[in-house]
Design a protein around this ligand. Structure first.
Ligand code: KG4
Ligand code: ZN
Length: 334
């Protein structure tokens, strides 16, 4: 069996990334150009700015991925790119770069769903065992996905409003913490000697869906009322209270889903999976039930192109390839 080398390209949000992955499991090179500094002063990702950065960076990043791998384009087997979901202007830059590269070098083109990428990030560090449950939790997504086998994705729960990371970033903003706020809230929560009691949002009995906008509003209301009364609120108590609510609900729903679907493995991915409180809580809960649980290392949790190449490899092996009509699909379904 011949080895398969795939170039992955990711530009769906604020990371311009390219990577070469061998056999869907081994990272040969992994280049990520982050734009966080440019978006920071706006407190969030500005789509126009994101597109402009992607245009400036994409060719450099692809060339860097090839040179770090010490490879020539003709040694590749295919190009995999994030086709959706994401910011339309941002996706288009990656898709067009991938099409141009594939056309120029006569390579097949594979269109990857961003969430499939986050899930397959795990395969770069650990073999996937089916059936499995994936918790994808990031700035744009909060989803519980059941996988019977490679390439089969059943979304069993998702957020009905804000993504968890979005709620983290908004709460951080009201605490005057820099963007992205997740890591800052996480740090404050760990330093805190107390926590405000915010509501847990469970939704209907048995539902695996999430809702974070109500929690976010209760934090905002709490801050507003305290200010009106002239009370000083320790920000770490707010951070800890907010984080406790998120962690408790996410852990409980993931655990219940894993048991109901009788999975052999649970994996987590996405930027919020970097959260210390959540990692600790999930690990403890699954260990107690004897269900194998895995979270990839930090650089593979956040947006990167190695995960796109990894997911793209499985599609390529199954003959699922795209063509020159490929377009960015901002609302692409899994
Ligand atoms: O996966 P990611 O890099 O980008 C996408 O949204 O696809 O996730 C970014 C999100 C941001 O909302 C950021 O605040 C959050 O992940 N995040 C965290 C932590 N580190 C990053 N949230 C909570 N705790 C953290 N330690
Ligand atoms: Zn992502």
């Amino acid at each position: 069996n011949k080895d398969i080398y795939i170039l992955g390209i990711e530009t769906s949000c604020d990371e311009t990334a390219a990577s070469i992955v061998k056999n869907g499991r081994e990272i040969i090179s992994n280049v990520v150009a982050s734009q966080i500094e440019s978006h920071k002063r706006f407190g969030g990702v500005v789509p126009e700015i994101a597109s402009r950065h992607h245009v400036e960076q994409i060719t450099i990043v692809i060339e860097e991925a090839l040179s770090r791998a010490n490879m020539e384009p003709h040694q590749l087997d295919a190009v995999a790119v994030t086709e959706g979901p994401g910011l339309v202007g941002a996706l288009l830059i990656g898709v067009n770069a991938a099409k141009a590269f594939a056309f120029a070098h006569g390579l097949p083109l594979v269109g990857v769903h961003h969430i499939a990428g986050h899930i397959y990030a795990n395969r770069l560090e650990q073999e996937m065992e089916f059936p499995l449950l994936a918790l994808v939790i990031s700035g744009g997504h909060t989803e519980l996905i059941y996988m019977e086998e490679h390439g089969s994705f059943e979304v069993i729960g998702e957020t009905r409003d804000d993504a968890a990371g979005e709620a983290y970033d908004k709460v951080a903003r009201t605490l005057n913490l820099p963007y992205p706020g997740g890591p800052h809230i996480d740090r404050l929560a760990h330093q805190s000697d107390g926590a405000i009691d915010f509501p847990r949002v469970w939704l209907e009995e048995g539902s695996y869906d999430f809702s974070f906008s109500g929690l976010k509003s209760s934090v905002l209301n709490y801050m507003h009322n305290a200010k009106q009364r002239g009370e000083a609120v320790p920000p770490e108590h707010v951070a800890a209270g907010f984080q406790n609510s998120v962690v408790e609900v996410v852990t409980a729903k993931a655990l219940r889903a894993a048991e109901q679907y009788k999975v052999n493995q649970v994996i987590a991915a996405g930027g919020v999976a970097a959260n210390k409180g959540l990692r600790t809580s999930l690990s403890a809960a699954f260990e107690k039930k004897g269900i194998p649980f895995f979270i990839p290392s930090l650089p593979l949790c956040t947006d990167n192109a190695a995960m796109i190449a990894a997911a793209g490899t499985v599609m390529f092996e199954n003959g699922i390839t795209g063509n020159m009509a490929m377009n960015g699909r901002p609302g692409m379904a899994l």
